[in-house]
Design a protein around this ligand. Sequence first.
Ligand code: JD8
Length: 395
Amino acid sequence: MRLDYLSIFPDYLAPLGLSLPGKAAARGLIDVRVHDLRDWAHDKHRTVDDTPYGGGAGMVMKPEVFGEALDDLRIDGATVVVPTPAGRPFSQPLARELATRERLVFLCGRYEGIDQRVLDHVATRAELVEVSLGDYVLNGGEVAALAITEAVVRLLPGFMSNADSLVTESHEAGLLESPVYTKPASWRGHDVPPVLLSGDHARIEAWRHSEAERRTTQRRPDLLAPVTLDVPGEAGGADDTARLRLAVPGDAPELLTLQLACWVTEALVNDDLGIPALHEGLDDVRRDLDLWRVWVLRTAQDRLVASVRARLGDDGSTWEIGRLMVSPDLRGSGLGRGLLAHAERSAPLGARTFLLFTGKHSTANLRRYKRAGYSVREVLDGPSGPVVLTKRRRD
Ligand code: JD8
């Protein structure tokens, strides 16, 4: 890949000769050329800017200087990247896209920006990509050009020694990174999570995925593909679209309320007031948010109407699904089926079997789970069993 940079501060792009792009250039993977825009300004002061038509503060970069430079750089057919606050947000998918190009030409603006006619002209000769690094204001395009270059060059075939690590990265997997640790195992009273010292790769992979999902839910819920389920509207009104997401500590009080409401029914059906779910309190619910991956379904009116949880069993290959609960007034609306399917879809690669429990007299649940492909593995000998049901993972 050839990369050209036009800037009035060419030294600002010196880092292109260092570390990542530097190594890539040394390995002939990229051909980097930085050009001083003033080389195409022929007046005594090598002027590249002038006052803005229509008045206003600051200066605008002159079209003629860019025109001559672009002619000499023979941009025809190239991809011209113009960092600008008015550009489309830069992202990993766009980085992947740009990494497929043979040639990138970066126009690094300064002042109030580049005369618009330069961009209109470029669009007649090349692929024009106006891109913004983020919703904050820089003083020029150089920093953005450096960041975009790093994000693109590291994706070039043959660049990353462990190319496979690319696939699991933040923004590649659509989730933020899980926390990382190295030696020592204990530092200033902070210990590395024991699962990472277990050598159990299935459990480690499951832990990293749940941490990535937890962080993304808490820090970047916008990155999560909205999972929605239709909830029957009140009194026959229009369906309401409810959103399914990972639970956060703030959900615990409503989770407890829903749990107690749902398991009263189970206790009545199974004539067993000893069912554990009925004997848990807020602390138990909060604790379990760390031990299980818990999802909650909230309506557009922010009412918590359903939930389910799952975790990887001690054998590292069984995905234990539990506490599937739907608000009593919404039973029979297919929400349970939707949550069960989501819990199954969320199983880590290492999980080969789905497992869940229900009361031996919970005929409706038993029917629902058998319809979902589960079969009875065993019936435990408690007052209400429970019945253990399993299903082999197909995908
Ligand atoms: C190019 C000139 C400065 C911008 C008046 C401040 C990108 N995410 C981003 N924020 N800012 C830029 C950016 C800023 C630039 C130029 C990119 C060229 N400026 C101008 C308009 C307001 N000054 C950017 N990518």
